[in-house]
Each structure stands twice: as C-alpha cells, then as structure tokens.
Design a binder for this molecule. Sequence first.
Ligand code: MG
Length: 362
Amino acid sequence: MKITEVKLALLSAPLRVPFRTALREVSHVEDIVVEVHTDDGAVGRGEAPPTAAVTGETLGSIAAALRGHIGPAIVGKDVRSLEELLLSIERSIVGNTSAKAAAEIAVWDLYAQYCGLPLYKLLGGGRNILETDITISVNDPETMAKDTADAISRGYDTLKIKVGENPALDIERLRAVRAAAPKAVIRIDANQAWSPRQAVNLLESMQAEGLNIELVEQPVKAKDIDGLQFVTNNSPVRVMADESMFSPLDAMTIMQRHAADYVNIKLMKCGGLANALRIISAAEVYGVECMIGCMLEAKVSVTAAVHLACAKGAITRVDLDGPALCSADPVSGGAEFNGKQIALPDAAGLGISGISGLRYLD
Ligand code: MG
C-alpha cells in the first residue's frame, strides 16, 4: 500500500443563503480537496478550506504547501506505517495547519480502509449518530427571527449566533432570536470582538434580561489569554476558547490556567486528527468538555470531524453545520445530514465513495 500520488482539486458548493458574519459575506464554499492514491488502487480523501482570517491560509497557500512540501513528504511511503506518515506530514512544513489537516485526513482514511473499519470504530467509538447546532447568520433582528423560526421548524434545538458587530444591536438581535425560540439552547460567538471588561458587562446584561445564553465563544483577542481568564472568572456565562487554541500546547496552557471553561477543536486549526486526539487527551486529564467545530467546509473534512466526535466522549458539543448550510452536496457517501442529526455509514475509512464536479489542479 505505497502512496504513489497526491492529487489536488477544487471543490465548489453553493450555500443555501449567503453566510454573513461581522467580517465577511460568502455565497459558496470553495475548498481544496486532496486525493492520496496508492499502488493498489485505494484513494484517501481530505479537504481544506481557505480561512485567511483564522489560520492565515488561502487556496493558493494550501495548494502550494501540499504540492511543494506535504505531498513530497508522503509519496513513496507505506500506508500501513501510519505513525511515520503522520510525523512526515507534521515535519514537512511549519504552520499550514489546514493543508496538513487535509493530507492527514486522507492518510487516516486510507489507514482505516486498510484496517477494514469505519474511522470512528478504529478510534474506539461505539456510536455513529450525533446532533449538531446550526449557525444563524448576522442580519437585522427581523430576518434573524425568521431564520431562527425556520431552523426550529427544521428540527434544530441548539442555535449558534454570531455577535460582536455592534453591542446594542447584538442584544436586540438576541432578543429577537430568543423570542422566536423560547426553548432553544442559544450559544453565541463573539469572534474576538470585545475587551475583557466589555465582555463581562455585556454578558451580565444579556443574562440579567433573561436571554439565557449557554456559552460564549472567544469573547476576546486570540492572544489575550489573561483577558480570556478574566472573562472566565467574572462572567455569568461559560466561556469557550476557539481562536485562542490551535495546538495541543495552547490547549494545555488554557486548561492549566483555567482560562476557559470549554475548548472548540477544529481540525483545520490543529492540523488534523493526531493533534485533535492530543487535545482530547489533555481535556480528559483536566476534565474539560470540548466542542467539535468546523470552518465553512463541505462534507469531506466534516465527515472526518464526525468520526472523531463519534469516537470521543470528551466531545460533548457539536458545531458541524458546514454541509447543512450548502444547497447541494457533491460528496457521495460519508456523513449523512438529516436536520440536526448526523449519521455515519458503516463503510471502511471515511466512507466517502466519490466527489462530483471536482476541478483538478495540475
Ligand atoms: Mg468560533
């Protein structure tokens, strides 16, 4: 099972409605797909989205890292030596976590195919069904109330609301969402927008008027671990680290200092499943619950995240709505999305049998 070739392609999938946050508006998911081929005809697949604002990676940089560094580090190696392959990917280039994750997911896919097991079973998991939350895009309060009612009618009971654009308007938006969904779990994501004291004040006023926020993601700047700890110690709302945690070392620092109550693991931030497993081990040691999240990703890399979440009890919250936000799914096999429910097939590896409409890069 020697790796003979690493092929790159562009995958494009339209979104149901444009995805809007305080920073950007996007109408399509456009990602790099990696296919790792072996001399016995097997294909492993991975995927990486460009999220310049989070990981610093673009479509061009992902392709260049895979073509110039990560691909050459694994071609000629045997799939049966998973440990060696993972180390080769890790050492091939500094940073470039999404490009590494794409190659790494493809290698895990191949290894699980070789073992004849779905990836979640290879990782020790016994369940193959999860429930995800859904993101409500930032809009005027009336539109957000309508989108909320629509999500509730489609069966979702946990909503994730992006905030941080304009504090007064954010509270109005949350009032509209809460009125449209009195019983839903509402979590908010400030994406680094607030100062530590401002975060505590805003969260206090949200809870004082009964908005009943479950948790807040990344209230302060990614590098401000002191500020994150301040919010965690003083806020009436539980705090989750997202942009503050990329690596297992970041996770250890946050957990040792209790700078956050929860952490959000994304394969694209940590560089793949091996580092995600290290973060989960730390979380198990410290008794910290994890969320598994994704970027605006299609179903290849999200399927890998679903396998991981099905295998690990430390992952208690699931924010894998990327594919649910798309109006078409070019991926055959893999995770099946049915409203809030995500189920995995019993096929070996990721369980993905093909992807239509790929544009191969040479
Ligand atoms: Mg986040």
